[in-house]
Design a protein around this ligand. Sequence first.
Ligand SMILES: *Cc1c(COP(=O)(O)O)cnc(C)c1O
Length: 333
Amino acid sequence: MSFESLLNTLLPPDFFSHPSVQRLQRLLQQHIGDAPITHVPLGLFPELAGRLDSLAIKRDDLLHPEISGNKWRKLKYNLLMAAYLGHDTLYSFGGAYSNHIAALAAAGALFGFKTVGFIRGEAYESLNPTLQRATEHGMALHYLTRQQYRQRSDTVFLQQLAEDFPSGYWIPEGGSNALAWLGCAELAGEIPEGYDAWCVPCGTAGTLAGLLLGCRMPVAIWGVAVHTDVQGLIQAVQRCLAEQGVSMAAYHMAGDYHFGGYAKFSTVLQQFCQSFTAKTQIPIEPVYSGKMLYGIFDLLQRRQSPIKGRHLLLVHTGGLQGLEGLRQRGLWV
Ligand SMILES: *Cc1c(COP(=O)(O)O)cnc(C)c1O
């Protein structure tokens, strides 16, 4: 499917001619940078000898210092839609260390939206680095009990919640909705020909779904699940493809690299991440990019690697702000 037809199905016809959308687009262009492709010398990784011909990383972590990676991709068309609809307030949900909350708060401050974050758990005596930065950006924080938080996608719960707040634009947890696919499809469009497999970490698999929708070449896309609900990820991708009428899509989900669950990791993964960064000068973290890289490296080293490509492109989805929270809790050096 082409990016244009995806635009046409998800956006109203007068979207890009709307003055508020045009104004915001200009602002976005000024502040959000490029995501260059870094070529990683294979000589740095003797364990991959003979397994690959090239390894490249799409540096979405470099889009903006605080509006990071795939969270920006997912926010972009949501912000433009909020402008189109004339909203000045953005509401969303996230955990206390959420990359999405961090990106939303920074984007709101930069692009002129008020932001409100509904955070899972109780208010802490002192804010962690993620929430501290979010409040500095002017985000108002409201805490939801774990039981309330579980209802974060429930229509009735959302309606009740919305009644207590001024009208605004509501974005689901992680920014994962149909407009998020559009931003991730755009990312796919930036990748030149010549790579035969792309790899991405999966939390909701919204990014992987968007890459599939935006992909115009015969590549296999590998997702690495960062938690144990691998079936849920596959179902999410299938739902997206069905909704967009895509019947054929080449993707694989690697389910063995979650290290026990979301945000869990071992010293082995920590050492892998630190060694990767020392060799390449590319910062990664253990919740998303570290698990993806570890998983892809492990698959490549199997006697019969299921990854058939010889030219690999890994998508660095950002999320480096999470390292500060890990350091603060003494979980990372
Ligand atoms: C949220 C996040 C992901 C997961 O993206 P999904 O679209 O939910 O699969 C991957 N990497 C980073 C750094 C993230 O913050």
